[in-house]
Design a protein around this ligand. Sequence first.
Ligand SMILES: [Zn+2]
Ligand SMILES: [Zn+2]
Length: 175
Amino acid sequence: MKIIIYQLGELNHTSVLSHIKNELERILSLPCEIHPTPLTLIPEAKVGERYNSSIILHSLPVRTTDEHYLGVCDVDLFVPGFNFVFGEAEFMGPRALISLFRLYPQFWGEPPNDEVFLERAVKESIHEMGHTFGLRHCRDPKCVMHFSNSIWDTDLKGALFCPICQQQLERNLLR
Ligand SMILES: [Zn+2]
Ligand SMILES: [Zn+2]
């Protein structure tokens, strides 16, 4: 099993992808690579100023059966019924998507902070990849699989799996 990261459209942060790659490798113990060329955001997903997350998610190319995919974009994502989402994933894979748009401290009226921003990007990436490996939302507010209703939930949780989710993840990866 390997993870491929797709850049989708332009990103406002240059080194975020290599940071996500390193942390995915470390935390999930899986090889991870960044697809060499960025993909374009499909225009059909654009609704006003926002993008329909599910349409982008299902547009991500699937190359082989032993890869999972993480799309990273920098536009405001929504799914019908939710004002916004930080990301979305296919349960049991293979595709996941996150947006950086609402992860910048500046978005929330706070001063720019690279460390906070990168930490958020890693947590959201690990969370969505967790769904692709069959993990559901966890009640432990410190577990990376805890559902983030707001950026404060994201900041409160860690980037790691609680022992129960970790065990489940390892079981699912062995299948
Ligand atoms: Zn989730
Ligand atoms: Zn958990």
